[in-house]
Design a protein around this ligand. Structure first.
Ligand code: ARG
Length: 438
């Protein structure tokens, strides 16, 4: 069933029909499509394109379709080209001839553009909510765990930090992510309905009415841009990709931390799985899947970039390819944000193992050098002296704080009894600007 065909002498080739169809995936837009149509009918009546009676019949018809879809009485299936055809053909079947007036002053080009914007807006609000929820959980878990852990560079133990500070690094990333999403929402908040196919319409329509009814900030400035702009999807998918990159880094840490090698945290059974052959194993599948799914979110972004790069103004059928990728990215991110939030909320922290990793790792070596500097040694010389001390400790199996003052004095006569207090890990964390770590 088609909305066109008047100008065609032959039936469409079956394979071509299947190739052209988007109903299999754009049916998720049904609510937005009906919402857009309802606003359009409202405007048609206000502008004198429909009588009050006609508008009422069409509105009732559209409401009925929505109700029937939601109650399961009308299945989103059948041989329709796309969701727009599905709604319009069902409307005409339901209310008869008057249904054919719905499409006056509108094209599928501005129709699909408004549907996707409405859908993108709704999804963005959901993502903002989920990001903010994950932020709160990170903060809560961080506040409860101001315990020392090794901080790393090059995945080598570097300096003492706290688990709290480590988690709050992700809070900061997600905070920027949230701002990016809000900004994208602000930019995309313009209504393309009324642009027609590409050049507006000779009917005396009023774009401000549909714009306001649909809750957009303003109508788009340019018709040709309005029907062919997909920047907002690229921008959102870029933002989604950055969020996935952040979630993937955190996942990688959870995977490392929950390994027998680190044993810093234990993931809850709810988000782990076992091995079918190795009974001792508990695998961090939740985190691994998030890390893995980052690939498809990046891929969807690049697919649409590539679709868009060579198409002339205005609408071209290539643009139908914006849908599956965006729907998939949105669904993936929605899942990943929720799973990550649950994994963090249910995480068990192994305080002793983190502390042991600190004390066994010369994580106060930088502070020993700082100590020598405070006693008048130049930093570069102090760095060399401490390097030698570390070698000595490695050879003798000691931590720096285990060495006696006599042993330390072999390396520099600047050492006195106060060194031990200076390089105590708790004291380090309490010091000056480092207090931010607590
Ligand atoms: N299914 C189409 C899409 O997603 C709807 C717009 C069709 N417009 C057209 N001129 N054929 O892009």
């Amino acid at each position: 069933m088609k909305l066109w065909g008047g100008r065609f002498r032959k039936e469409e080739n079956k394979l071509m029909e299947e190739f052209n169809m988007s109903f299999g995936y754009d049916s998720v837009l049904y609510k937005k499509d009906i919402e857009g149509s309802l606003a359009h009918v409202y405007m048609q009546e206000k502008c004198g394109l429909l009588t009050a009676k006609e508008a009422e019949e069409i509105t009732k018809g559209l409401d009925g379709i929505l109700k029937d879809i939601e109650s399961g009485n009308l299945g989103l299936d059948g041989n329709y080209e796309d969701i727009h055809s599905f709604v319009e053909i069902n409307l005409i079947e339901r209310i008869g001839e008057v249904g054919k007036k719905l499409h006056t002053g509108r094209s599928r080009n501005d129709q699909v553009a408004v549907d996707m914007r409405l859908y993108a807006k709704e999804k963005t609000v959901v993502m903002i909510d989920l990001v903010s929820n994950l932020k709160s959980t990170l903060k809560e878990v961080a506040e409860k765990n101001s315990v020392m852990m090794p901080g790393y560079t090059h995945l080598q133990r570097a300096q003492v930090v706290t688990f709290k500070h480590h988690l709050l690094a992700y809070f900061s990333m997600l905070d920027r992510d949230e701002k990016r999403l809000k900004n994208a929402l602000e930019i995309l908040d313009e209504s393309p309905l009324g642009c027609g196919a590409l050049a507006g319409t000779t009917h005396d329509i009023d774009r401000n009415i549909t714009c306001e009814k649909l809750g957009f900030k303003k109508p788009v400035d340019n018709f040709m841009d309005g029907v062919s702009d997909r920047d907002y999807l690229l921008e959102l998918m870029s933002d989604f990709s950055i969020i996935m990159m952040h979630l993937s880094r955190l996942s990688e840490e959870l995977i490392l931390w929950s390994s027998q090698e680190f044993k810093f945290v234990e993931l809850d059974d709810l988000y782990s799985t076992g091995s079918s052959i190795m009974p001792q194993k508990k695998n961090p599948d939740g985190a691994e899947l998030i890390r893995g799914k980052t690939g498809r979110v990046y891929g969807n972004l690049f697919a649409l970039f590539t679709v868009m790069k060579g198409i002339p103004l205005t609408y071209n059928k290539d643009m139908q390819e914006d849908k599956e990728g965006f729907f998939d990215s949105a669904y993936t991110l929605e899942m990943c944000l929720q799973i990550m939030e649950r994994m963090i909320a249910t995480l068990k922290v192994n305080v002793d193992n983190m502390k042991n990793a600190v004390t066994k790792g010369f994580l106060n070596a930088t502070e020993v050098a700082d100590y020598l500097v405070s006693k008048g040694v130049a930093f570069r010389d102090a760095h060399g002296i401490v390097g030698n001390i570390v070698i000595y400790c490695e050879d003798t199996g000691n931590a720096i704080e285990d060495l006696s003052l006599e042993e330390l004095s072999e390396f520099s006569d600047a050492f006195t009894e106060d060194i031990y207090e200076f390089i105590d890990y708790e004291n380090i964390l309490q010091k000056g600007i480092k207090k931010n770590l607590l």
